[in-house]
Design a protein around this ligand. Structure first.
Ligand code: F6R
Length: 258
């Protein structure tokens, strides 16, 4: 079972996750962070930026990237990571990779997997979850063992992400995403979600059967997972009272309480 933390606000979640990242970086200043884009991790990046830590040795791997946007497009995940993470946190841009950033899409999966392995693996992976239950852009049906590869986005995800583009048609149809198997190799998974629109996906990910039909449920296969959600995103969790009880009476033991 994941450690589930139910908080009042997205800002409170950001502070909790920033604490977790700060603890990791105190022990390992050149730790490898798995970086999610989208709206969910923004309070985490803001909380970390306020701490003004020296993060110049941190290495980063983005979860995913759109295919087909022109280089430098403001909504490419390279641009988003630069704007939301690299600049405000003072990361070294040379140490931050995004899928397909150094070659053609055809070989991007293999190349990215090799780069992650060469970096020694991701220490802490930040995750959001889509309304389809995707983590990364692993849409329903994704193999639980999948590695970085090209995927076709669901129409639902394209509509969800249309808010960042001038029209829904502009949202790319394809992406390169770390696979579920890639994500499961990280040392620690931290999944965040806010708002009622995520409640079903969170309940499925944390408590539902492990199934490719709800890719977020793959987190149940990982021994060290922290899920940080607000009350609305927690509203369909069957064991919410127990999660609150466990968090309020937590014992800090290394490795967490999967
Ligand atoms: C982003 C990613 C996606 C998002 C998910 C939620 O890199 O991999 O899984 O985390 O689509 O997006 P937001 O946070 O915008 O609701």
């Amino acid at each position: 079972m994941a450690e589930v933390v139910i908080v009042e606000t997205a800002d409170a979640a950001g502070e909790i996750v920033a604490d977790e990242i700060q603890r990791l970086l105190e022990a390992k200043p050149d730790a490898v962070l798995g970086l999610a884009t989208g709206s969910t991790p923004l309070t985490t990046w803001k909380a970390l930026a306020r701490r003004a830590l020296d993060l110049s040795a941190v290495r980063g791997f983005a979860l995913d990237e759109y295919v087909g946007l022109e280089p430098g497009h403001p909504e490419s995940y390279r641009s988003v990571i630069t704007r939301e993470v690299v600049v405000p946190l003072g990361l070294n841009p040379d140490l931050v990779r995004v899928p397909a950033d150094r070659g053609p899409v055809e070989t991007a999966g293999e190349d990215y997997e090799r780069a992650i392995l060469e970096a020694g693996g991701v220490d802490l992976q930040i995750l959001g979850i889509g309304s389809t239950g995707h983590i990364g852009f692993n849409e329903p049906g994704s193999s639980l063992a999948s590695l970085t590869r090209v995927k076709t986005l669901t129409e639902r995800t394209r509509l969800d992400n249309a808010r960042y583009f001038s029209s829904p048609e502009e949202v790319p149809m394809h992406c390169v995403t770390q696979g579920l198997g890639t994500i499961l190799r990280a040392g620690h998974l931290v999944l965040l979600a806010f708002g009622e629109g995520k409640a079903e996906a969170i309940a499925g990910a944390v408590e539902g059967p492990v199934t490719a039909s709800l890719p977020g449920s793959a987190i149940q296969l990982h021994p060290r997972v922290t899920v940080v959600v607000d009350e609305a995103a927690a509203s369909s969790l069957r064991f919410a009272d127990y999660y609150r009880h466990a968090w309020n009476n937590r014992l800090r033991v290394s490795g967490g309480q999967a």
